[in-house]
Design a protein around this ligand. Structure first.
Ligand SMILES: C[S@@+](CC[C@H](N)C(=O)[O-])C[C@H]1O[C@@H](n2cnc3c(N)ncnc32)[C@H](O)[C@@H]1O
Length: 238
């Protein structure tokens, strides 16, 4: 039986936050191709096979690598940060594999949005505050226009990926009250994790003074610093 390409979620950073299945596949892989700076090379190197950083590779070069290895009967793991389904660009890789009749499987991972909420020791949905989480990103090099202003009108918790360098513009756009809590979690779950807390009115200045421009999650909403919330009724009323 020919081998598959396994798209594996590496988790947010801490090597212990990969799934058991993900680790097992890494141990069995002949070739691991991992994405740039947000995957700890220690995770990519869990196995004894070849390890390649995909930073700077074109889609065609990446496809050639995967197709070549599969044709040689090798097991390939394509390792993505966090969970592969969020801003991971896996669908274009999958389309290329399908053109070569190569089978694939996706192994989920712990997204950085959840590592960030864990770092803040909160819940992203909280009874009496909001039952809704919006995941989005600002416009930038690879996205022409975003919907951050419209989305902010829902008053839900908002998790903004890929936004650290654009935080001033984002805070100008959102229509939350200026005192709404905001936290920026830099490299959640890594050894050098940093949490910056503030409000819609002052977080941009704090993040800019800390020199944080990438690898950070922006979380906006009262859940970031809940003053009061309702009980969930999960544990009864007492
Ligand atoms: C290309 S996206 C990949 C997201 C990834 N698939 C996930 O589920 O976390 C990269 C962005 O994810 C966020 N990110 C990834 N790892 C992070 C971490 N450990 N701490 C905070 N944010 C992180 C940052 O916003 C970063 O700019």
């Amino acid at each position: 039986m020919s081998e598959k390409v396994y798209f594996v979620g590496a988790g947010p950073g801490d090597p212990k936050l990969i799934t058991l299945r993900g680790k097992e596949l890494l141990e069995e892989a002949d070739l691991v191709i991992y994405t740039g700076s947000l995957v700890d090379p220690a995770v990519a190197a869990f196995g004894g096979g070849a390890v390649i950083n995909s930073h700077g590779l074109t889609l065609d070069e990446l496809t050639d690598l995967m197709v070549g290895a599969i044709s040689d009967g090798k097991k390939v793991v394509r390792l993505h940060t966090g969970d592969p389904s969020l801003y991971g660009a896996i669908c274009e890789q999958i389309a290329a594999l399908k053109r070569h009749n190569i089978d694939f499987e996706i192994i989920p991972g712990v997204s950085s949005v959840f590592a960030a909420s864990a770092a803040l020791k909160t819940q992203l949905t909280l009874s009496g505050i909001t039952e809704t989480l919006i995941i989005t990103r600002p416009a930038g090099e690879t996205l022409e226009a975003d919907s951050i202003r419209e989305l902010s009108r829902h008053g839900a918790t908002m998790a903004i990926f890929l936004g650290a360098s654009k935080i001033a513009r984002i805070m100008e756009e959102v229509e939350y009250p200026p005192a709404t809590p905001v936290a920026v979690v830099y490299r959640a779950s890594w050894q050098d994790e940093q949490i910056i807390r503030g409000t819609v009115a002052d977080i941009a200045e704090k993040v800019e003074s800390a020199g944080i421009e990438r690898s950070a999650m922006i979380l906006i909403g009262d859940v970031v610093h809940p003053k009061s919330f309702g009980r969930s009724h999960l544990y009864g009323s007492q």
